[in-house]
Design a protein around this ligand. Structure first.
Ligand code: TTP
Ligand code: MG
Length: 386
């Protein structure tokens, strides 16, 4: 049966929720994120994007680029509430839904032709249903595979609806810049740029051996496959446990950034170990912080590829920590991985065999000598906690 995938992604999600709940914000540049001096932009409304404001930009720079903007701290409980409504709609439209983050998912619509007259109007119906239920606008991509569906939903954002027909793949892809290849990170991109590749078409036409020389067989092969619009990954719906996490309350509030970062590394190691023991990977990392004044803050981020590596969990937690820009002492820190995948679903790119072997070796020692036997040098001698 011909596979068909739909990818749905809300437009400027957090900022749109703010505009929904505050009608006076509509049509205005709204910027959501950490408002402190070291805060970072979570997202910006499309009005604010005209001023060059985007996710991950420092809040200071955002204020410089868009002084007239409306700056708001996120209301994460509210975003999650809406997220649940959106996912309830997804479930009405397909039995196979793979969540990618709070505001996006893949829906497998293979073999569902009897339910709709044509794919485009099915997507139209879904967008309409989301709008009725939440008052928010989504962009949708429909394509023969996940990579193309995700790409398609982004092509005409906001309020986009793009269908890539079988046979159109190369026509759509070849003139696009290489950063559109899903999962190709900054480093690979940069390297490809240095080698003179600009468009996806350049990669499709590349000499395979040249790519192999620079990126290794596995990555080279994936790059070429994607460049031709080929991707046979399944929509993954299998979920095991809800989540795996650890948290720690400190005897004395932490006041130094370095201490907090050290504790995050220790937590990431624990959670990573537990994920690996359970044979699962996590796709969504949540950081919980309770401050000296008993404020509780949670921040989540979804990874492009699921992981159970300490280092990746740590980096994500650290980023979220910095983004939260807490201006006071810290009582509690916690890291949770949710959105767990049971299968050792290999990362598309750079599943680093060396890293995997390293973790296996470390885990077998931890198994024999207890969990504390091996720990990163950074953690030795860190402050005592409760
Ligand atoms: P995205 O779907 O990447 O972004 P978006 O919905 O704001 O905008 P669009 O899809 O129209 O380009 O992310 C969804 C939400 O996740 C976003 O509203 C805020 C949050 N987020 C962060 O907190 N930090 C980030 O770096 C990114 C990319 C997103
Ligand atoms: Mg979005």
């Amino acid at each position: 049966m011909e596979r068909w995938i739909m990818h749905v992604d809300m437009d400027a999600f957090f900022a749109s929720v703010e505009q929904l709940d505050h009608p006076e914000y509509r049509g205005q540049p709204v910027i959501v994120g950490g408002l402190g001096n070291r805060g970072v932009v979570s997202t910006a409304s499309y009005e604010a994007r005209h001023f060059g404001v985007h996710s991950a930009l420092s809040m200071m720079e955002a204020r410089r680029r868009c002084p007239q903007g409306i700056f708001v701290a996120g209301r994460y409980d509210r975003y999650h509430e809406i997220s649940r409504q959106i996912f309830a709609v997804f479930a009405e439209f397909s039995p196979k839904v793979e969540p990618l983050s709070v505001d996006e998912a893949f829906l497998d619509i293979t073999g569902m032709e009897r339910l709709f007259s044509d794919r485009r109007s099915y997507a139209e119906q879904l967008r309409q249903r989301i709008f009725e239920k939440t008052g928010l606008v989504a962009s949708v991509g429909i394509a023969p595979n996940k990579f193309l569906a995700k790409l398609a939903s982004d092509l005409e954002k906001p309020a986009g609806l793009v269908l890539i027909e079988r046979g159109q793949e190369e026509a759509v892809l070849f003139n696009l810049p290489i950063r559109r290849l899903w999962g190709v990170g900054g480093k690979t991109n940069e390297k490809l740029g240095q080698l003179g590749f600009k468009t996806i078409g350049d990669i499709a036409a590349a000499d395979r051996r040249q790519l192999e020389k620079f990126f290794g067989g596995r990555l080279a092969c994936h790059l070429i496959e994607l460049a031709h619009g080929r991707d046979d990954r399944e929509v993954e719906t299998e979920r095991v446990m809800q989540s795996i996490g650890n948290e720690v309350t400190f005897a004395q509030d932490l006041t130094q950034t370095a201490q907090a970062e050290c504790e995050l590394l220790a937590l990431a190691e624990k959670v990573g170990w537990r994920l690996r023991q359970a044979g699962v990977k996590t796709r969504t990392v949540t950081l919980k912080i309770r401050t000296a004044s008993f404020r509780t803050i949670t921040r989540s981020r979804t990874l492009p590829e699921p992981t159970n590596f300490d280092k990746e969990l740590y980096q994500m937690a650290l980023e979220l920590y910095r983004q939260a820009a807490i201006g006071e002492g810290i009582r509690l820190l916690g890291i949770t991985g949710s959105n767990l995948l049971l299968h050792e679903q290999e990362s598309l790119f750079g599943i680093d065999d060396k890293q995997k072997k390293l973790y296996q070796a470390v885990d077998s020692l931890k198994g024999r000598f207890g969990n504390t036997i091996i720990t990163k040098a950074q953690l030795v001698g860190r402050s005592k906690k409760e």
